[in-house]
Design a protein around this ligand. Structure first.
Ligand SMILES: Cc1n[nH]c(N)c1-c1cccs1
Length: 330
């Protein structure tokens, strides 16, 4: 087949189960290729992660490799409609192959670029799903650590679609420690406490909440709150000082509640920053129409079903009724 050449260099543990084909993109940890399961031809996304990135002198520290596998074990157990599912992990000497759920709608980053900015109702629908996913992660005591529009995938071509968070949890192991990766790219989504402590501080879940605030800012305005094009202040200083604003030109038609949530998420002091539990309860999300749409996207199988509690109630009433009528007859 077209890719038989490329697949012949892959380990048998992988090729006996999957055929890897075209590159879908590049995640934080490495290349992602479209994979077809042999037999079923079911499609997956296979992330190819070189272990050499965290090996010392060519030898992968056993502890690190087992930590990565321990991390993957935790991630495999995760189950949320807005979190990419891990199908399986094939661990070879030098490379980790992470077989993941396939999503076809592309990255949120590219969608924001193409639509410039989302309407507030669409931004709210997408953001509510992200907050739900991160609340689920935080409830499992997992911090994403690298939230950005590139790590938010969309399931459909339309904007009112299901969202999937990807590239979580592994970054602290796979790239030789998040410090190395954290200070590689631009810190657009990075929480100020990481910059202030130069990464030596203790990471808390609050860093994810800051990144969510930056993402919401971009969804609603189409541009980032901090920019390295500013002449009067460099990017780290803008972030550490929380120097961002809401110019009328871009924010006049955005609700005060949306801006309030951004401010609470993008609070420089992590101790004063809104928690994910409080964020999901924010007044901006008190929107039944949005929640109905979000729940239909997240739990399509539940749509139109009679809620289990009602089935139980009906059963109890009917059986009691029958029991009583028998007793009365006696
Ligand atoms: C993971 C995953 N599942 N479905 C897609 N398209 C991906 C990608 C992540 C990063 C680039 S592509």
């Amino acid at each position: 087949d077209l890719y038989s050449n490329e697949n012949k260099d892959l380990p048998e543990e992988l090729t006996e189960k999957y055929t890897l084909t075209r590159v879908l993109g590049r995640g934080a940890c490495g290349e992602v290729r479209l994979a077809f399961a042999k037999g079923s031809c079911e499609k997956f996304a296979c992330k190819i992660v070189s272990k050499k990135k965290f090996s010392v002198g060519g030898n992968t520290p056993i502890s690190m490799a087992s930590q990565v596998m321990g991390e993957v074990k935790i991630l495999k157990a995760l189950k949320h409609p807005c979190i990419i599912k891990i199908e399986e992990v094939i661990d070879t000497k030098d490379v980790l192959y992470i077989v993941l759920e396939l999503v076809d709608g592309g990255e949120l980053f590219d969608r924001v670029v193409s639509v410039n900015q989302f309407s507030e109702p669409v931004a709210k629908l997408l953001f509510y799903q992200m907050v739900s996913a991160i609340k689920y992660l935080h409830d499992q005591n997992i911090t994403h650590r690298d939230l950005k529009p590139e790590n938010i995938l969309l399931c459909g071509e339309n904007n009112e679609t299901l969202v999937k968070v990807t590239d979580f949890g592994l970054s602290k192991f796979v790239d030789g420690g998040s410090l190395m990766k954290t200070f590689c790219g631009t810190p657009t989504y990075l929480a100020p406490e990481i910059l202030v402590t130069a990464g030596s501080g203790t990471y808390t879940k609050a860093i994810d909440n800051w990144s969510l605030g930056v993402i919401l800012f971009i969804l609603l305005s189409g541009y980032p709150p901090f920019s390295d094009e500013r002449k009067d202040m460099d990017l780290p200083k803008q972030i550490m000082g929380g120097h961002y604003d809401f110019p009328k030109k871009y924010w006049d038609n955005i609700s005060e509640q949306a801006i309030d949530l951004i401010k609470k998420l993008m609070t420089t002091d992590p101790k004063k920053r809104i928690t994910i539990n409080d964020a999901i309860q924010h007044p901006w999300f008190k929107d039944d129409e949005m929640k109905t749409k979000a729940n239909k996207l997240m739990y399509p199988q539940a749509d139109g079903m009679v809620p289990p509690i009602l089935v139980w109630l009906l059963y109890t009433l009917l059986t009691n009724e029958f029991y009583c009528s028998e007793k009365i007859a006696e």
